[in-house]
Design a protein around this ligand. Structure first.
Ligand code: C2O
Ligand code: CU
Length: 463
């Protein structure tokens, strides 16, 4: 396996050309999916059989530079087909890794070469996009970091992938991946938390006082919404979903829906320990401990500048922009009577027997026609109405969008940060806008993977 240092050197070596331009060459990096074992639980328990990229949970941290792109060979060592999706990257459509929409799944023993652009710096991640509700719950995910051309000065760059697993007493992953009880409610939640594949009893990293750390937090869980907070340090949120904030935000509570990321720049100010905490039903649980050992410098560094903005198309006037409604329906306690599934109107009971329980605009599962067709570079506005009894994290592929916060105005007077995944509470209505500048077929779905599997997905076509 190529070490991170070696990989960075390779990245530099290909500097004059974007990596995807050398598509004739064999990619230097291999990402192999296969069976492995991981010590998720405390050491007195058995290891857990998992599915992993390059044998580890999480998979290898992939790093490249803004504009360099990424080239790698995916090898499928699983006993079933799979694909890899590069969550949040505004890449070429045929590299998006969505089985059945942008590519055929890679058969067991097969491989697929991914070559794609990385126009934006930031914190991204990769994961299976084939039977994701099971493949991701078994461990098929990893971080994908696109470094800024001039990264902010930090002493430590700490990627933290947070997951919750549903484990049995014998350490094995509970195989009730298709439970309709989970799917019709909040989704599959776990009973054991890990940070970077290590149980929270052992998630420890020593730091120094006045050290500046960049934390890159990713919620890789199947369905759980995470409410997080840091203790013993002070800092700023500098990016959401990879995209820099215009003005860094003072660090407070962080809510992460599945798929969402946050970048935090922080200085360790406590003398003994800093901690990452998560709100659970039993109160605040320490997810990770950062014991303070020694002094990095006498005083903390100056507050950071905002990260340089990524080259996203500016949102202009919305005056002539049509609104496309996306009505989110179904699930337990919603009163949905019926929906169209594979071209036929089915009652709730029939839908359930097809494994469907959610719908977008009256259609359960992937519709044959897109939610909307946009001509390239036109502005798209989607009004998402969550008419269900549960929150949902809505993810759009191939683009980032902003939420219009003042939706009465034709010209947004108040607009949210760039995101690729937006959390909508039950009953919430949210308008998102983006410039459809990336041609292709792009999935739009709930990132609670059981919800997606049970109906919450559609797609957007950019021509
Ligand atoms: Cu993170 Cu459609 O995926
Ligand atoms: Cu959902």
């Amino acid at each position: 396996m190529i070490s991170r240092r070696h990989f960075l050197q390779l990245g530099v070596a290909t500097l004059p050309l974007p990596a995807f331009a050398d598509s004739q060459d064999l990619p230097a990096v291999t990402l192999g999916a296969g069976e492995a074992r991981a010590q998720l639980l405390p050491e007195k328990y058995a290891q857990t059989p998992v599915w992993a990229y390059n044998g580890s949970i999480p998979g290898t941290v992939l790093r490249t530079r803004q504009g360099h792109g990424m080239s790698l060979r995916f090898k499928n060592g699983l006993a079933e087909p799979s694909t890899v999706h590069w969550h949040g990257i505004r890449l070429e459509n045929d590299m998006d890794g969505v089985s059945g929409l942008t590519q055929e799944p890679v058969e067991p023993g097969g491989h697929f070469d991914y070559h794609f652009s990385t126009p934006d710096a930031g914190t991204y991640w990769y994961h299976s996009h084939h039977r994701s509700w099971e493949q991701m719950a078994r461990g098929l995910y990893g971080a994908l970091i696109v470094e800024e051309r001039e990264p902010p000065v930090v002493d430590l760059d700490q990627v933290l992938l947070i997951d919750d697993w549903r484990l049995q007493a014998n350490s094995e992953i509970s195989d009730d991946f298709e439970s309709m009880m989970d799917r019709s409610h909040g989704g599959r939640s776990g009973n054991w938390l890990t940070v970077n594949g290590v149980g929270i009893d052992r998630a420890i990293k020593s730091v120094k006082r006045n050290q500046r750390v960049r934390f890159r937090l990713v919620n890789v869980a199947n369905a759980s919404i995470m409410s997080l907070a840091f203790e013993g340090l002070q800092g700023w949120i500098i990016a959401f979903d990879g995209q820099p904030l215009d003005t860094p935000e003072k660090l407070g509570e962080i809510i992460l829906a599945p798929g969402q990321r946050v970048d935090v720049l922080a200085d360790i100010v406590n003398e003994n320990e800093a901690r990452l905490l998560m709100a659970t039903q039993k109160g605040l649980a320490p997810l990770m401990r950062f014991p303070v050992e020694g002094l990095q410098r006498e005083t903390i560094l100056d507050p950071p500048q905002p990260l340089p903005a990524n080259p996203l198309a500016t949102i202009g006037s919305l005056r002539d922009v049509q609104i496309t409604e996306l009505h989110m329906q179904g699930g337990a306690m919603s009163g949905m009577q019926s929906a169209v599934f594979q071209g036929r109107e089915l009652g709730m009971r029939e839908l359930m027997s097809e494994g469907m329980v959610w719908a977008f605009n009256g259609v359960a599962g992937m519709a044959e026609t897109p939610l909307l067709t946009a001509t390239r570079n036109s502005t798209v506005r989607i009004r998402m109405k969550n008419d269900t009894s549960f929150p949902h994290g809505m993810h759009l592929h191939g683009h980032h969008f902003r939420q219009v916060l003042d939706s009465t105005e034709q010209i947004p007077t108040s607009i949210g940060p760039w995101r690729d995944t937006l959390l909508l509470d039950r009953g919430e209505i949210a308008d998102i806008v983006f410039v459809a500048d990336n041609p292709g077929k792009w999935l739009l779905h709930c990132h609670m993977l059981g919800h997606q599997a049970a109906g919450m997905k559609t797609w957007v076509q950019v021509t």
